[in-house]
Design a protein around this ligand. Structure first.
Ligand code: F6P
Ligand code: MG
Length: 439
């Protein structure tokens, strides 16, 4: 079968175009500022080379320079970079990869890997996005407190809840986790206000948003989960509010007995600005009980914290990471990464959070939007893995739609005074897509 082509950075009909021209420069400029601030604290030595390299990166973008492979010396120390170099060589053989014209997904992954390679010596554990992650989570106080109160009120009743009640709550906590994905710092790049944050968090917003879930395979998932005692894996996306929402889902699933174990998969390096690394998970837990972090410290936050901590101690919540998640590979390749595949094969449900995970599930190709999800995820559909994608749509690729819906939504988005063809990257709509992993 001939596959569709990927989205390219010079495609003016794609969200790639504004991303590369506006958002990436903003993200890199922010990173330069944060490295400079860190240099000023004098806690780390050097750092000027990082600023120079980031400035060069900005200039290379603007000049649409060809993208270089990672130097052999670096690749010999970090085998992840070999994957990038191999892909780049293959891509170059069909069309020379330059910053403003190359394939969007590949280059976006390359960008974050590249920034990471600059962090050496004293800087090797420096997360250039950490300040932004923390300050945004601080602005999420209202949404966080609302959710922790809701969880606390519910949690005691969960053990004895009827199947019907659990089904309703399962749907609600999945919704919470889904829309938690609307708080993504690479989209809100640079100028996050309290108003921005509140417009994407909270129960009222979620209720209003229900009509915007355009694919919903949740009933199939419930049929698999309702017999309880499942192992659920969550391939996380963003830290901060989204992680908090994923933990709310995890607590619900464990308290109710639907899950016996939750395995959480983090990124090993700073990634797409706000993605969760294991230390972000720890930071968030600490922030929940830090009385200086939130102005009005509701006691439900401590309750939430203690529940998560107890489950972690008991081994019911396991937090891990794997370098695969920060390679440029799409997820059809998971079965080739045997240790990861073997691990995920023990799961009853692998939840992939967010937009980037969806892009990697579908290869970020220009699929016809009516292509079934199981076709767009190729080999993964026959891998035995039960895949659930919870994604607010923030990039062009979208599959599994009924005929005509794509055009209808473009029209609707245009009527809202926006650029209709970009409806799928607006973050207004969402999909819940499932593949049973038939084997
Ligand atoms: O920069 C583009 C992008 O990959 C978009 O797809 C999305 O807006 C964002 O970055 C990442 O979103 P998420 O955190 O949901 O994966
Ligand atoms: Mg993300």
């Amino acid at each position: 079968m001939t596959l569709p082509q990927p989205y390219y950075n010079d495609n003016k009909n794609s969200f790639a175009y504004p991303t590369v021209h506006k958002r990436w420069p903003l993200i890199i400029t922010g990173a330069i500022r944060d490295v400079e601030t860190e240099i000023a604290t004098k806690k780390r030595t050097g750092g000027e080379e990082i600023v120079t390299a980031l400035n060069k990166l900005l200039a290379d973008f603007k000049a649409d320079k060809p993208v270089d492979p990672f130097p052999e010396q670096l690749a010999s120390e970090n085998s992840d970079l070999r994957y990038y170099n191999a892909s780049l060589a293959a891509l170059n053989s069909t069309r020379k990869v330059t910053w403003l014209t190359g394939p969007w997904l590949y280059l976006e992954c390359y960008l974050y890997q590249y920034i990471h390679t600059l962090m050496v010596g004293d800087w090797s554990d420096f997360d250039v996005f950490e300040t932004l992650k923390n300050s945004t989570f601080q602005l999420s106080e209202l949404g966080v407190t609302e959710l922790s109160k809701r969880y606390q009120a519910l949690s005691k009743e969960l053990e004895n809840a009827s199947e019907g009640a659990l089904e309703i709550l399962f749907k609600e906590f999945i919704d919470i986790s889904l829309w938690g994905n609307a708080t993504d710092l690479s989209l809100l790049a640079g100028n996050v206000s309290l108003e921005d944050i509140q417009s994407v968090q909270g129960a009222e917003v979620r209720k209003k948003n229900e009509q915007y879930i355009i694919v919903n395979d949740l009933p199939q998932v419930w049929e698999k989960i309702k017999s309880k005692n499942k192992r659920i894996d969550i391939v996380l996306d963003n830290s901060g509010f989204e992680l908090f929402a994923d933990l709310a889902f995890s607590l619900f699933a464990l308290d109710s007995g639907l899950a016996k174990e939750i395995h959480i998969h983090c990124k090993e390096i700073p990634w797409f600005v706000s993605d969760t690394m294991p230390k972000d998970f720890n930071n968030l837990l600490h922030q929940l009980i830090d009385k200086d972090f939130y102005k009005t410290h509701d006691e439900s936050l401590t309750y939430f914290h203690d529940k998560v901590e107890a489950y972690v101690k008991k081994g019911s919540i396991k937090v891990g990471s794997h370098p695969f998640w920060t390679l440029d590979c799409n997820y059809w390749q998971i079965p080739k990464f045997t240790d990861l595949y073997e691990n995920l094969s023990h799961s009853d449900l692998v939840i992939f959070k967010g937009d980037l995970n969806y892009r990697k599930l579908t290869g970020d190709l220009e699929w016809d939007p009516t292509t079934p999800f199981v076709e767009a995820i190729q080999d993964l559909a026959d891998s035995g893995l039960k895949v659930l994608s919870l994604r607010t749509c923030k990039a062009d690729v979208v599959v599994g739609l009924p005929k005509g819906l794509h055009a209808e939504l473009a029209k609707k988005y245009a009527e809202m005074g926006e650029d209709g063809k970009l409806w799928a990257s607006s973050g207004k709509w969402a999909v819940i897509s499932y593949s049973g992993g038939k084997k």
